[in-house]
Design a protein around this ligand. Structure first.
Ligand code: BGC
Length: 353
């Protein structure tokens, strides 16, 4: 792993870490927000392509509200009314989306400097200490994220511990465009999800509490289909496409999602131990200046944010997102990249068996 000075922003000095697996996969990370700034993947012709959106400067990461590649916490997605009760105590949080809190609040984990701990060429760990009362949340919390490149994957592992009861929901907010970060709309990307239910939400994207089957709706991705239908759908007018929490099957050994780029030459599988994934097709994005002169507009990336359920603190029928002292919080998400030859080889193997 190599490290270089990247720039300054109001949160402090920001460094960039480079990970490589020695076989073509390369990831660049930032100490600000534990951001994944670039993810270079081989394509069939042996060309590198950077498949995540990002900015060129630390200042843009700090002042932007897109959460490009960022670690999001303490509580990703929304907490209704920016308040919750836990063990009989009431906690008020700073609101940053109307009266609700989004992605851990205005100074959440994505806007803080994490401490880098180099591990190897292909692995880095970043730590964050979040004091009691940070963005209104109780408990001194130590959080750690490890990024590791394996032969064909980027593995993200979170760990956290607290000294008082708190709530926690950590994700990564990378915007993927498998054709390359500056390639325009993801409408022709195809998506498959291992999710037969979702959590309907109100106008402010707060879950109603219902858990509804996707069958017969536009949200049925149990059969792979292009994203363009959802991007244009009138019923998703409020979010300009997908911005939905899908309930995953819960099987950690099978993919939770598969995304395939238009010419089918590169695909990405997502594996996770989280119960849900927020699929966000960037309906609220841009126009905004991105890396290397790119200008990103809506629908130019897709986030597959593995997570606990949004607003879980207000819904007893949702899996609990409470973390207590003595418990070791751990989560794992894998983004696995496959070029066409690997996909063909695997299919051929399956046919032979
Ligand atoms: C949310 C969107 C939001 C986006 C950027 C996603 O996780 O679900 O509603 O606009 O993040 O903040």
């Amino acid at each position: 792993m190599s490290m270089r000075y990247f720039g300054n922003c109001p949160a402090g000095e920001v460094h960039e870490l480079t990970l490589s697996n020695g076989r073509g996969l390369e990831a660049k990370l930032l100490t600000l927000g534990a951001v994944i700034r670039s993810m270079n993947v081989w394509d069939e012709a042996g060309r590198k392509r950077d498949v995540v959106l990002g900015y060129d400067t630390a200042e843009e990461y700090f002042s932007g509200d897109s959460y490009f590649g960022a670690a999001v916490g303490r509580f990703c997605n929304r907490i209704a009314g920016a308040a919750f009760d836990l063990d009989g105590k009431h906690y008020e949080l700073p609101a940053n989306e109307g009266k609700n809190q989004l992605h851990g609040g205005p100074g959440g984990f994505s806007y803080q400097i994490w401490t880098p701990l180099p591990v190897s060429e292909s692995e880095a760990r970043l730590r964050l200490y979040s004091p009691d009362g940070d963005m209104g949340f109780p408990g001194n919390l130590s959080a750690e994220v490890t990024y590791r490149l394996t032969e064909d994957s980027l593995v993200i592992e979170y760990k956290a511990e607290t000294d008082a009861p708190t709530v926690l929901n950590l994700t990564n907010h990378s915007y993927f465009n498998l054709a390359g970060h500056a390639s325009g709309s993801i409408g022709q990307h195809r998506l498959w999800l291992n999710a037969d239910r979702y959590t309907p939400a109100d106008e402010a994207l707060i879950p109603t509490g219902e858990i509804r089957p996707v069958t017969g709706s536009l949200l049925d991705y149990t059969r792979e289909k292009p994203l363009e239908e959802a991007l244009a759908a009138a019923e998703f007018g409020r979010t300009h496409g997908l911005d939905h929490n899908f309930v995953l099957s819960g099987d950690v050994d099978v993919p939770a999602a598969r995304l395939t780029e238009p010419d089918g030459r590169l695909s990405m599988e997502v594996y996770t131990d989280r119960p849900a994934v927020q699929v966000y097709t960037a309906g609220g994005l841009g126009p905004v200046s991105g890396k290397e002169g790119a200008v990103y507009e809506e629908h130019q990336g897709i986030c597959l944010e593995t997570q606990d359920f949004p607003d879980a603190v207000h819904h007893e029928n949702f899996p609990s997102a409470v973390l207590r002292p003595g418990e070791a919080w751990h989560s794992r998400t894998v983004y696995r990249f496959q070029g066409i030859s690997q996909i063909r080889r695997r299919r051929a193997k399956l046919l032979w068996v």
